[in-house]
Design a protein around this ligand. Sequence first.
Ligand SMILES: *Cc1c(COP(=O)(O)O)cnc(C)c1O
Length: 382
Amino acid sequence: MKKPVYLDYAATTPVDPVVADEMVKYLTQDGIFGNPASRTHSFGWQAEAAVENARRQVADLIHADPREIVWTSGATESDNLAIKGVAALHQNAHIVTSTVEHKAVIDTCHWLEQQGVEITWLNPGPDGRVAPEEVIEALQGNTVLVSLMLVNNELGCVTDIATIGEALRERGVLLHVDAAQAAGKLPVSVKTLKVDLLSLSAHKVYGPKGVGALYVRRAPEVRLEAQIHGGGHERGMRSGTLPTHQIVGMGRAFDVAGQCLEDEVIRLEELRQRFLSGLDQLEGVHFNGSEEQRVPGIVNLSFEGVEAESLMLGLRYLAVSSGSACASAAMEPSYVLRGIGVSDQLAHRALRFSFGRFTTEEEVDFACQQISEVVQRLRSLR
Ligand SMILES: *Cc1c(COP(=O)(O)O)cnc(C)c1O
């Protein structure tokens, strides 16, 4: 069977071959397989050196100090550690977040709400971006944390975190940012964004699945209550033997991302333009999310008169995802599209196309041709 064209880079990315080559050197007997926490022999020292090198590579991409990087199993865990870790240190805490966050933030905040933490759920504008003024208005005397994403994973829109960060720092409220979809797609500096906590994932940036990091600001120090207890690794914030090969992979992937960033943004913007012009002739197509403040690799479109389900079935040579988070059999439309005011009908008709490092012009052209053909066929059947 012909392999479908992969247009779901926002869900995950393939590991870059140079990253995979690096990772295999940290597994077997002839490689550096030691426990990075072993202090008594060279096996441990070499593994520790590799972990620290990766820590610097990840820190460099976001202009942080390596000592501010805590390894986790992915952005989901980073989000949990940041939000629960801050909430646990306060009585009668209040947290501000939004209705279009990733489930890792939404479900964590829902859980805290059940534990008695007060949560304010902000609605973004139709462009998918939470307005800084709304964040400031939502602050209370007991607000300890604001948690907002930098790039939305369904829409690709970019939130004005720098303005929000500036305002929160003046007021002494901590800011956590989920940057899983931002790293490697736009310049991310914890200094200019003025964030205190920032979640990262390797597998959205051509690294391996199952590893991520949380940036935890050092000066002044942000204190967190650990969520996983054990050997006191990662300065007590996250216990567990460090997965050297995963960490080395994340470091190398972030290093490559930093080198490629400028060129990749330009190339993906060209592919995005090519994709949109390729669909120009097709009528009844709605663009979801901000057209200007966005990363180039994610395009969310609603097709009038065509259910996303049928469209995906028809597009069997394309690997895409529906805007709908179809967690239930009831096929609820995407809470993100709903959150920005897209009608239920158009939310049911939305697909997310996401491009990346290995997407070619030919693939984009093929996608446009397939989409046009299938949409027209499905419309003619009505
Ligand atoms: C993918 C993603 C996550 C989850 O990351 P994992 O490393 O898979 O746990 C969290 N937030 C956003 C915005 C994402 O895109």
